[in-house]
Design a binder for this molecule. Sequence first.
Ligand SMILES: [Zn+2]
Length: 406
Amino acid sequence: MGLTFEAGAPSASGGRVGVLHLPHGAVETPVFMPVGTAATVKAVPQDTLEHIGRAGAQIILANTYHLYLRPGHELIRRMGGLHRFMGWDRPMLTDSGGFQVFSLAKLRNVTPDGVEFRSHLDGSKHFFSPEHSIAVQIALGADILMTFDECVETPATWERTRDSMGLTHAWAARSKAYWLAHRHEVPWEQGSEKQGSGIGEQGSEDPHTPIAMALSDPCSLIPAPCLFGIVQGGMYPDLRRESAERLVEMDFDGYAIGGLAVGEPREVTREMIGLTLELLPKDKPRYVMGVGYPDEIEEYARIGVDMMDCVLPTRAARHGLLFRAAEPGEDGPAVRMNIKRLEYAEDQRPIDPSCGCMVCQRYTRAYLRHLFVAREPLAATLNSIHNLEYYLATLDRVRGSLAECS
Ligand SMILES: [Zn+2]
């Protein structure tokens, strides 16, 4: 048992609230997943992540490609898996590494078997196949694993996109076959000495941990990570349709919509998401990868996307770009603020007077500007906390209004 999903009735626009039950706990959807590229959401400590938004970050994402290269998935397996390694007890998702192989790595050679590439760190040669990607993800030990897919360059012709999609489907089937055979090889039990993790505590007193509950249920299997398939098809509606149908036939625990937010106009992203959502099972979680700005997050959640992730809140924060609610007279709903601007040098207000985050409770724009201009490391931390609060609070609000509709 890797996942159960309880989805509420959809609103008029298709949005729904739900609860995703994963081996490391429950996640209320729609949810935004902060990106923890190298086993860290950059500049934000794990205990702080647990106190952002109403319930903290419920689930975070880690990047397989980066962790495979450094420190190495076998090292992380020996350390008891990613949860124990980074001190994070809540659910986690790993991507397949495909996106980074195709966007960061050098000298790629794609064959039907997999992709040979050189590390962007030291030029060393590596090979990723669907089987190897899943093996690495199992060693890392996330709750949700992703199938290995080819990410086509953009713009790409219909023919090129169709061929790439065919490869992605073949790789999805191979990813699933490997996952079925090896999914119980996660390193979770090795974390059993860690207090309160809820993992590997088969003999523990606490009957409420997800794993203890699973083991006490004679009908359930030993907990294992679940696997999501990824719909591709570029910006071509007929290919998106075909990809969704093929993936649904293969039967995954959840479905991601990949290959979007790669520079296409917003209307195209919206169209591709809308038509793909129609074709995906209503009782499975639907995840749009790599989006987006706060207003996009809200829009997609309201039409029925259950999960999203993006580096934007933390990456923008490190560049001094902050998101806040519009004030009367400003174009809204989200305003982008560049904290390094001189106009904030003596501004005594918090970033966002309506924000409940620990940064806005304590620090002024003037201080945050000073930290950023002086290149103090604390600037990245405080800016990231505020931006993540903005994203998570946005979805807290969306969940509240969708719950009223259902
Ligand atoms: Zn704030």
